[in-house]
Design a protein around this ligand. Structure first.
Ligand code: RB5
Length: 289
């Protein structure tokens, strides 16, 4: 189970939660702050509260929540409703796994900020966070996973919307949903992170040509994004390249060709054999760079 705890500055509540969660076997934890400056140490009060409870207070550098961190986490757990709202504003596609810590624990209040308070307040804040983490972990709720993730820019969203019903479910549609101009790398990053981190089995990206989406998506580890223009390229992208993201160009191919290509892509298996060696070489290239 991977947990990302989020507070405001990432120096008090969320690093305490991170340390508490890490003391549970099988739990990986990280923390961030919606207004975090980079690299600030944990507050002294938080550090003393952890040490007083017999836990270690590891080296800490504050950080902001990013696409990668949000996708990595099974659950993103905010200390307050306000922080949750801010997370949803920045990462609207992650609404299935962004909650307040209290909600995740089965019903609890916001965890107020102890900054500047006495050691006693820090200790009671830490005790409350620990109680909520214990309750949430006891529920053993798996973080959501998807069979497919889909994204598009303004030049591709109509085709993306038309293709959504062909994708295996559950599908996570990260947008865009209207013709207002947006930048395709932001959508490629999210779908590629979802696929590269195993949260979604396959990705669909549509822009004007499919090219920008594929260039951006292929920057992320574990992603093999292929621009496909017909049924043959769709089949070969799967058979030979084990592509896990299909990129289509709404301005270049028609809707029926796109539907046929996507069906073929989804129905075709990787051929393995000599192709497996080449895919392993791509993985090694990724590791080297
Ligand atoms: C947007 O105008 C266009 O550049 C984009 O959709 C895509 O084709 C980029 O590769």
């Amino acid at each position: 189970m991977r947990l990302l705890f989020v507070c405001t500055g990432n120096i008090c509540r969320s690093p305490m939660a991170e340390a508490l969660a890490r003391s549970h076997p099988g739990v990986e934890a990280d923390s961030a702050g919606v207004s975090a400056g980079p690299g600030m140490a944990m507050s002294e009060g938080a550090r003393r509260a952890l040490l007083a409870a017999g836990l270690s207070a590891p080296e800490h550098g504050s950080q902001e929540p990013t696409v990668g961190r949000v996708v990595w986490a099974d659950w993103v757990l905010a200390m307050t409703g306000g922080q949750k709202a801010e997370l949803l504003r920045r990462f609207p596609w992650a609404g299935d796994w962004i909650q307040t810590l209290g909600e995740w624990a089965g019903g609890g209040e916001d965890v107020p900020d102890p900054i500047g308070s006495s050691d006693q307040v820090y200790q009671s804040t830490m005790t409350e966070i620990g109680r909520l983490i214990d309750a949430g972990l006891a529920a053993k709720k798996a973080g959501p996973r998807y069979q497919a993730a889909a994204g598009a820019d303004h030049a591709g969203y109509l085709m993306k919307d038309r293709l959504l019903p062909l994708l295996p479910t559950p599908v996570l549609d990260i947008g865009t949903h209207d013709p207002s101009s947006v930048d395709y790398p932001n959508f490629a990053e999210v779908v590629a992170a979802l696929v590269g981190q195993g949260r979604a089995a396959v990705g669909l990206l549509v822009c004007g040509t499919g090219i920008g989406m594929s260039i951006a998506a292929n920057k992320l580890p574990g992603v093999r994004a292929a621009v496909v223009s017909d049924v043959s390229s769709a089949r070969l992208a799967r058979e030979h390249n084990d592509a896990n993201v299909i990129c289509l160009g709404e301005r270049l191919i028609g809707p029926v060709v796109a539907e046929d290509a996507l069906r073929e892509f989804l129905a075709t298996s990787f051929a393995g054999g000599r192709h497996a060696r080449r895919i392993a070489e791509i993985g090694a290239l990724e590791d080297r760079t």
